[in-house]
Design a protein around this ligand. Structure first.
Ligand code: AMP
Length: 438
């Protein structure tokens, strides 16, 4: 029997297929931006000694419940979870840190020299309300440094993120805070409870619940009416224990030393439960609106590895949303270099020439030339039109007559001048004309 909501497959036949809501195609014209971002991440990772890790898109649902936290929006509202055919409760990962932390424990990385420095890049899934800058499948990259508690690592992580944005032509505003530890956070939470108690009725329904469960989460609320109530908040930094205070001051001193600008912001508490001490976000501007579309964020998560069954292991990391980063690259008129123009275009006329061109194409590539072709086209004109559109400087033209004579035509695409050259001399002739020894 077909369940109420299921659409029988036969009914969908003949319908136009469209993207699933909240998903996005990345078309060829967008690819240079994606390649630029990917290459930049890999380069910066190498400069700072981070190694790549790929974790599966599917993880056990409990991993996210335990790490991200049951009371968070991500876990309570946004996860794509399902029971598989074997009865396992699985989830499409909504974020990357939990998987990295699981892998750290599962592969005994605690026995490696610490810190273990890892980076990742991949799709995340959240059943979010689709809107500008918010998708249901989106890409994130992240950097994680696991195994050391020193504040210098927090500062270096912020620097890494800041640098990646800069190399993508974007100036970000770094918003930084410390949410303390298990010792001092409850004191601050009590202060927050006192602050919001008298204005409880003006809070949104979610925040009313947060007030009893975890008032810190109110600071992360996206509702305007709640945000307007936060003008005179008690400051987190004034209420840290000595250890957390000294850790935070050192992070700021390192950032000063690196000349990385930042803004202290008590409201940066991050939505995920696993954070401790330093929390930070990369905003597109200093104004409060920057918060709605934060480009990325992160912080310390000193308890997560232990929470997932590992040995006590401090760690710090951040993640950036790549769609938002690329939108910002467009806004800042940053143009990544296009893929290089081919050195030469190979045109052919007639069956024999087409066959021979196929081999010549391979030989030219082997000799180190970047070659373009349009083997599926028959006439010379459409082939040369295509070569012109690519912007190549020279075309080689092989026809029946040239095959019989053991020659080939070389055409200067700027002036249209064509010369006959010996087939055997193609490679040295191209090297001479292109001014390079391949
Ligand atoms: P979070 O894991 O929530 O701290 O998010 C880190 C970054 O991922 C954000 O700053 C965004 O750039 C990006 N991000 C989070 N959720 C989405 C989404 N639904 N669509 C697009 N990007 C997102």
């Amino acid at each position: 029997m077909i369940k109420k909501k299921q659409i029988p497959i036969s009914k969908s036949i003949g319908k136009k297929y469209q993207l699933v809501k909240g998903m996005k195609d990345i078309l060829p014209e967008e690819q240079p931006f994606w390649s630029w971002v990917k290459n930049t991440i890999e380069k910066v990772a190498e400069e700072y000694g981070y190694q790549k890790i790929d974790t599966p898109i599917l993880e056990n649902t409990n991993l996210f419940i335990r790490s991200v936290g049951e009371d968070t929006d991500i876990v309570s509202k946004e996860m794509y979870s399902f029971i598989d055919k074997g009865g396992e409760n699985l989830t499409l990962r909504p974020e990357g840190t939990a998987g990295v932390a699981r892998a750290y424990n599962e592969h005994g990385m605690v026995n490696l020299p610490q810190p273990v420095k890892l980076f990742y890049y991949g799709q995340m899934f959240r059943y979010d309300k689709p809107q500008a800058g918010r998708f249901r499948q989106f890409y994130q990259f992240g950097f994680e440094s696991l195994g050391e508690a020193e504040s210098i690592l927090d500062a270096q992580q912020i620097l890494i993120g800041y640098k990646i944005f800069q190399r993508c032509g974007i100036n970000t505003s770094i918003q930084i805070n410390s949410i303390g530890c298990e010792e001092c956070r409850p004191i601050y939470q009590n202060l927050l409870t006192d602050y919001f108690k008298n204005i409880k009725n003006q809070l949104c329904e979610d925040c009313k619940k947060r007030l009893t469960k975890n008032p810190l989460k109110i600071l992360d609320c996206k509702e305007k009416k709640c945000q307007e109530l936060m003008t005179n908040l008690p400051q987190t930094v004034d209420n840290l224990c000595d250890n957390c205070h000294s850790h935070f001051v050192k992070v700021l001193e390192y950032l000063d030393e690196l000349e990385v600008p930042y803004i202290l912001n008590s409201r940066i508490v991050r939505g995920l439960n696993y954070y401790t001490r330093t929390t930070f976000e990369f905003w597109e501007s200093e104004e409060e609106e920057g918060r709605q579309n934060a480009l990325g964020g992160g912080g310390r998560y000193d308890k997560l590895i232990e929470l997932l069954g590992g040995r006590p292991t401090p760690a710090v990391g951040f993640a950036v949303g790549i769609e938002r980063l690329i939108t910002k690259m467009h806004d800042s008129d940053f143009t990544p270099p296009k893929s290089p123009i081919p050195d030469v275009f190979l045109a052919q006329l007639g069956n024999e020439a087409r066959k021979k061109s196929l081999k010549l194409f391979e030989e030219l590539k082997k000799a180190g030339f970047k070659v373009a072709e349009s083997f599926a086209k028959n006439g010379i004109k459409p082939q040369l039109d295509f070569a012109n559109r690519l912007g190549v400087k020279y075309s080689l033209i092989l026809g029946q007559k040239e095959i019989l004579d053991g020659t080939i035509l070389i055409r200067d695409m700027d002036g249209g001048i064509q010369e006959i050259i010996n087939y055997e001399k193609i490679i040295p002739e191209l090297e001479k004309r292109l001014g390079k020894k391949q």
